[in-house]
Design a protein around this ligand. Structure first.
Ligand SMILES: C[S@@+](CC[C@H](N)C(=O)[O-])C[C@H]1O[C@@H](n2cnc3c(N)ncnc32)[C@H](O)[C@@H]1O
Length: 313
């Protein structure tokens, strides 16, 4: 039985039968959808011609979205089908939505760059994994901002959580390339999850080449439900999840049974300006901790805003 805190939005309830979470369609009960996603009757904006599954398949065939995990495309398509009359309009809207929310993660070739670096790994790289990873961390804004802080950030986090036996890094980006700064024991499992299939492939190559106990999976955080880990990372991703579904930042933390959830937020804008993010995101982190019945511990002195949310005793 899934128990939810009363302050959670209804959208946080997992649809057990279908294994999928509610979408824009679910708020339109008069729309009948067949198993293949075809809208059966013309109700509101939905016509019989609008087929979400066909839209998903076409979007998956495009070069830009070919590497995106299916449930993310499915969500955007379901939401568009609920709002537009024709398949053409719905598909256009779904693509627009995917571009707005995920475009920034797909456009640059940082995954390709990591792949090419792995093609050229030599014995010096294997002996010095940090030196190999440093220039790669610079490819993505989130890890770039973390680079000067790596020596202290993870020791501080793990001094709060204790040494984990399993870490799940949700919406990981290139953060798994920081594992050699984490000081984790060899026995510790590290599961990295991101919506980008190509990223999961290169991260698995990285783990294998460097003999690390890690696995990367292409998955959607809003659907993820494998939480055997004692520590879950949600680094710099909650604002992005909240754009994908209302209150998805809160709902995601609420679904996690693990003892410690490590959240982080950027403290400055991409141009380096202080635009009140510390106060704004600090308040949101406190709200999430309160709603989820977790204690909030701030990790001070980092280049990003970092909190450990500890399950109440
Ligand atoms: C701002 S970056 C943060 C990356 C990393 N956590 C870090 O701090 O270095 C956001 C990452 O979240 C991923 N992402 C966004 N929405 C996601 C979702 N619904 N499921 C899985 N990954 C997602 C993107 O692909 C991107 O790699």
């Amino acid at each position: 039985m899934l128990s939810l805190h009363p302050c959670l939005p209804p959208s946080s309830v997992l649809h057990r039968g279908t294994g999928r979470r509610p979408t824009g369609n679910d708020s339109q009960p008069s729309i009948l959808c067949t198993a293949d996603g075809r809208a059966g009757v013309e109700v509101g904006h939905v016509s019989a011609d609008v087929n979400a599954t066909a839209i998903v398949k076409r979007i998956q065939r495009t070069k830009k979205y070919a590497h995106l995990c299916e449930s993310v495309i499915r969500r955007a398509s379901d939401q568009a089908v609920a709002r537009y009359r024709t398949e053409k309009e719905a598909e256009k809207a779904a693509r627009r939505r995917l571009h707005q929310v995920y475009g920034a993660y797909l456009e640059e070739d940082w995954v390709g760059e990591v792949g090419r670096a792995l093609d050229a790994v030599d014995k010096d790289d294997l002996a010095e994994p940090r030196a190999f990873c440093l220039p790669l961390l610079d490819l993505h804004a989130s890890t770039r901002e973390r680079v000067d802080n790596l020596d202290t950030l993870f020791p501080r986090i793990f001094s709060e959580t204790g040494t984990p036996s399993h870490v799940v890094d949700l919406a990981c980006g290139l953060n798994p390339l920081t594992v050699s700064w984490m000081g984790l024991p060899e026995s510790c499992r590290y599961t990295a999850v991101d919506l980008h299939e190509g990223l999961a492939l290169v991260l698995n190559r990285f783990f294998e080449r460097f003999g690390l106990t890690g696995e990367a999976v292409c998955g959607d955080v809003l659907e993820w439900d494998d939480f055997t880990a004692d520590v879950v990372f949600l680094l710099k991703v909650l604002p992005c999840l909240a754009r994908q579904e209302k209150d998805a930042d809160l709902a995601t933390v609420a679904r996690i049974p693990s003892r410690d959830v490590v959240l982080s937020y950027p403290s400055k804008s991409l141009s380096g300006r202080d635009v009140g993010m510390v106060e704004h995101y600090g308040n949101r982190a406190r709200e999430i901790a309160d709603c989820c019945g977790r204690d909030l511990i701030e990790i001070e002195g980092a280049s990003e805003l970092v909190f450990v949310l500890r399950k109440g005793a």
